[in-house]
Design a protein around this ligand. Structure first.
Ligand code: NAG
Length: 288
């Protein structure tokens, strides 16, 4: 594998490769001792190159390992999140790292979000920001946030930017509407005629099924790979029941909600608040 390093042995063993080299070297008029010196030099070059390659390989595996250790598998999953979170200025302004949270999977004990139609349960859902108005995404943040020149913009005299809603809050708005439309809640909200229920019944129906389907897609986008074990209950006649009180890794929802709360556009805006569409090409024929 390694070329010979001794001058004499180099002289008497002529491999096919060597004769080939000699053929190539024929044109040059180096004396024999020079040729051997070149071969010796080559052998040291080979050893040097091989050692360098090995050292680089070992070092880079350490560096990659350390990088993976601190980033990829970091306890807060911050680097992993960069690959699964769509960009919005939230990523720069809010800590979206993951923290352990114990889900409340109670079957029989109803918390405030589960209560029957009324002021109390509505207040619980309202506290999640489900009725927040749009925020304004600054023009400089628009392209990275997926907003194009075809999207609606606020007139520059009112500060400019793109009216937008945080998806995570919209998902909860949707779940709340599905809750209001449950057979045991529907009559209450329908007769109240507020929020989504100001619209005609067929529009409410579209709104509810749109919401149901958005929540479906969100759940299918990031399927929870955890598992639900089972527990025993009933001391007299033990029965198995699913344990829904499992640990999860969650972002700080409150921090994101607060970010969206502070940035809401005013409740009442002038008639010329929005920039008119730039071109008729940007105007769709129907609601997509
Ligand atoms: C879940 O919520 C219910 C109702 O608020 C409460 O009584 C119960 O203790 C909670 N369970 C857990 C495991 O936190």
């Amino acid at each position: 594998m390694f070329p010979q390093t001794s001058r004499s042995s180099g002289e008497d063993s002529h491999s096919e490769a060597e004769s080939h080299e000699q053929l190539l070297d024929k044109e040059s008029s180096y004396p024999d001792y020079n040729h051997s010196r070149i071969k010796r030099l080559r052998s040291w070059t080979h050893i040097f190159l091989l050692s360098s390659v090995s050292i680089i390989a070992i070092l880079s595996s350490f560096v990659t390992g350390a990088w993976y250790g601190s980033h990829k598998l970091g306890p807060t999953g911050q680097d992993y999140l960069q690959h699964v979170q769509h960009y919005s200025p939230i990523l720069k302004e809010v800590d979206t790292s993951l923290h352990p949270v114990l889900f409340n999977g109670s079957f029989m004990k109803e918390n405030d979000f589960r209560k029957g139609a009324g002021i109390e349960v509505d207040a619980a859902w309202a506290s999640l920001g489900v009725h927040y108005r749009s925020i304004a995404i600054p023009v400089s943040e628009a392209p990275a946030s997926g907003l194009t020149k075809s999207h609606v913009q606020i007139a520059s005299k009112y500060g400019g930017g793109f009216p937008a809603n945080v998806e995570g809050l919209h998902h909860l708005h949707c779940l709340n509407l599905v809750r209001q439309s449950l057979y045991f809640n529907y009559d209450y909200y329908h007769s109240k005629g507020e929020g989504a229920f100001v619209n005609e019944d067929n529009i409410v129906r579209y709104h509810v099924t749109h919401c149901l389907d958005i929540v479906r897609q969100q759940l299918m986008c990031m399927p929870d790979t955890g598992v639900l074990g089972q527990i025993w209950w009933d001391k007299k006649a033990p029965k198995a029941f699913v344990d829904f009180n499992t640990e999860h890794k969650c972002k700080n929802y409150e921090a994101i909600r607060e970010w969206a709360k502070e940035r809401q556009i005013p409740e009442t805006v002038p008639v010329d608040f929005l920039m008119p569409p730039e071109s008729i090409e940007d105007v769709m024929d129907e609601i997509p």
